[in-house]
Design a protein around this ligand. Structure first.
Ligand code: FCB
Length: 445
């Protein structure tokens, strides 16, 4: 059978994010975000694309809802654009922005799909960026204000919320090495952006619970870190260093109320009184975006300030990103089991993103994406193995429902269960869409 077996049924979801699918950057009173600056800067996006029109979901959201319902999804994970709701990042809300998400929520509910929005998927308003962005503590308070505006309008119908998507990627790629917006190159001086995002998560959690939310949590990117040479003590130290930076700096404060020891990086977090209580409020779930493991080795070169080198994972097949994205489903089992063993009061786990891109045609076409089916099949089985080993995983999410704008890679990497012609926005389900529909049918909670 092509349907993965699971020891028990779980909930099923698929995900998108506002900037990656909406297009219509100048419509509906939307303000500018750091991603508008990025796509307008020549050379930043590999194919020069600007995320427009792309899937054009600002106009075609009803097609996305129909696709979500057609899969039989329990939930749809989408994100709300701060700049549609609050064009300047502060001040009054923009009715057209809130109306858009309110309609989407109504349509999802009418179609029998539970809305599971993310409040922040990387589109930081430009005025907030200019005031310091995530380097500034004040951004956490502004995020909480924005959260209240959204909760006021949607909280009667939306009960499940993701606060922030992948704070780890924002810190590491956005502020430390400049590979994603806002493109800062601060290396270890980027660490305060982790604390400010975690604080924003904590403040938003409080605001959402006050507004009647049932379940609130963060969705972070995590990786399973492995030594190139397991016999080498230097490689094992490199594993510990990278595990701290990518995983533990974000998970420990939320799940234990304390940071791990960061003295190895010669930095301390800008923690003020009460922050750790705010960040450590028990989340209702802990959500993991997982794509691939990371293999590291001891750093090369003298006086290298970075205590690890990231290297290709030996022997692993790869996705459309090549060596950067090795395919190792067992790494997801290992990660979920490690979390279960490491954190005593761990809430239920959610896989909030998992998926892969492969080279596919640009024109509207029926795509027989056997590679994607095999990737998803392997990773759903890996979730099953983690459950069998004691991990309490209650939901699995495919990235992505539809092909979309893959950040600095523009329209060159297709992750969808549904093909999108980026000129016409025409949507055509791929073979993986039918496959996922059957998986859901056979394993429904
Ligand atoms: C994740 C992002 C998501 C998407 C996938 C491929 O890191 O959260 O928006 O780009 O990668």
């Amino acid at each position: 059978t092509d349907i993965p077996g699971l020891p028990r049924p779980i909930r099923w979801s698929a995900a998108t994010a506002a900037f990656q699918i909406e297009g219509a950057r100048d419509e509906g009173g939307r303000g500018r975000s750091v991603w508008d600056l990025w796509v307008q800067t020549p050379g930043k996006v590999i194919d020069g694309s600007t995320a427009e029109p792309g899937p054009d979901s600002y106009h075609r959201w009803a097609e996305d809802v129909a696709l979500a319902a057609g899969l039989g999804l329990d939930r749809y994970r989408f994100s709300i654009s701060w700049t549609r709701v609050q064009p300047d990042g502060t001040g009054p809300s923009n009715p057209a922005g809130l109306d858009y998400y309110s309609r989407l929520v109504d349509d999802l509910l009418a179609a029998g799909v539970t809305p599971f929005p993310t409040l922040y998927h990387w589109d930081l308003p430009v005025p907030i960026h200019e005031a310091g962005g995530w380097c500034s503590r004040d951004t956490a308070a502004r995020f909480a204000d924005y959260t209240e505006l959204v909760a006021d309008r949607l909280g009667d119908r939306v009960k499940n919320w993701y606060t922030i998507n992948e704070p780890a990627m924002t810190t590491l790629q956005g502020y430390a090495v400049g590979a994603l917006a806002p493109g800062e190159f601060l290396i270890f001086d980027a660490l305060p952006t982790a604390h400010h995002q975690l604080l924003a998560h904590g403040l938003a959690t409080r605001a959402l619970r006050a507004a009647g939310a049932d379940a609130v949590g963060v969705a972070n990117n995590h990786t399973h870190v492995r030594p190139l040479n397991p016999e080498s003590p230097a490689d094992r130290s490199a594993v510990d260093a990278y595990d701290l930076l990518h995983n533990r700096i974000f998970a420990d404060p939320i799940l234990t109320g304390a940071y791990p020891d960061l003295s190895a990086f010669g930095h301390e977090m800008p923690v003020r009184e009460g922050d750790m209580e705010t960040i450590g409020q028990a989340p209702d779930f802990y959500a993991v975006n997982f794509y691939n493991p990371t293999t590291v080795t001891a750093p090369t070169g003298e006086d290298n300030p970075i205590p690890f080198d990231i290297v290709p994972t030996p022997g692993a097949p790869v996705t459309g990103f090549g060596d950067e994205w090795p395919i190792v489903p067992e790494a997801l089992t290992a990660l979920l089991v490690d979390f279960t063993e490491r954190y005593r009061d761990l809430p239920p786990l959610i896989v909030s993103e998992n998926g892969a891109s492969f080279p596919e045609p640009d024109r509207a076409a029926r795509v027989d994406d056997a590679d994607r089916i095999s990737y998803l099949d392997g990773h759903i089985r890996a979730v099953g193995a983690a459950i069998a080993a004691g991990a309490d995983v209650e939901e699995y999410t495919v990235w992505s429902l539809i092909d979309n704008f893959e950040w600095a890679d523009g329209f060159t990497q297709r992750f969808g269960l549904v093909h999108v012609d980026f000129d016409t926005a025409e949507r055509t389900p791929k073979a993986s869409y039918d496959w996922y529909r059957r998986v859901i049918e056979g394993n429904r909670a």
